[in-house]
Design a binder for this molecule. Sequence first.
Ligand code: NAD
Length: 324
Amino acid sequence: MARVLVTGCAGFIGSHLTDTLLGRGDTVVGVDNFDPFYSPRLKRAFLEGALGKGNFMLVEGDILDEPLMRRTFSDFRPEVVAHLAARAGVRDSIENPELYTRVNVEATALLLRLSVEFEVKKFVFASTSAVYGARDSIPFREDDPCETPASPYGATKRGAEVLCYTFHHLYKLPIVVLRFFTVYGPRQRPDMAVHKFTRQILRGQPVTMYGDGSSGRDYTYIDDIIEGVLAAIDRDLGGFVVINLGTDRATRLRDLISVIEETLGMRAKIQQLPDQPGDVPITCASIERARRLLGYEPKVPLEEGVRRFVEWYFENKELLDRET
Ligand code: NAD
């Protein structure tokens, strides 16, 4: 059992990680500022289960607030830091590049510095397939060059990865960088494809499809991602390692829309819009390293994952109708 500091604990992936850690008996301090990128009331709802548990404590505040972060490290003395808090929108990052740099890079530097000072045993950083930029040779391998991200979001995450390496180099802080590939499932962010398309179809609105529908994404179900994160926390992986978490399969956007249509038993009215700046034609993860180092094996196929998402959507429809 470990003491884990989870940043971004109220978000999509952070709230699942928090629930799973608490469920297996770890102690969690969660940090989140309930950032308004999407409804803070949704995030509060995601955290409801955790807030009732004796092994959970919430620190409501900004990861850029140095005194607050110092107090949190000093009071709680985490063994593991799982750093998931971020601004995570590709398109939004084009409008707000300085904000993305502050939250995704500057705050990561602060958390790394405090992790060294308070002798954290492992720092797990949530990175992204967006660091690979636009390329068509798949699958993406961890050692591929990542010097040409297509959005400020990807650039800031790449910057934070490089900082992670430097902190490991200088201080021997053990660090695992996990590159998540398009995560979906219950609690998914409302701006992301599966969630957005489901909402648009159910409301009879046009489904906004950017490009001709041929772009491909490696959609990864949340439970598979959480298994990978837990293995990264638990296993001794040495000093510094970068690991993709995806499925090694790309699904075309128009095929994703078909899966959602079939699951809902409804037809989408598709509105085709031009390609968006910052978007890339395809993502697809090589998961050989994750298999070897983490024993990772994605289990949930897209059809089943979308079915579970839609089930969650209907269970929470009143809240989602109000907040999205
Ligand atoms: P999310 O927006 O649901 O969660 C991020 C959380 O961080 C939110 O609850 C937000 O309130 C919090 N936060 C933002 N700025 C903060 C600040 N300054 N101080 C404290 N808290 C702050 O996003 P998510 O989809 O759960 O993503 C979690 C992590 O995984 C992010 O680092 C993201 O870049 C990464 N990631 C996500 C995906 C995906 O498909 N969802 C893919 C690749 C990488």
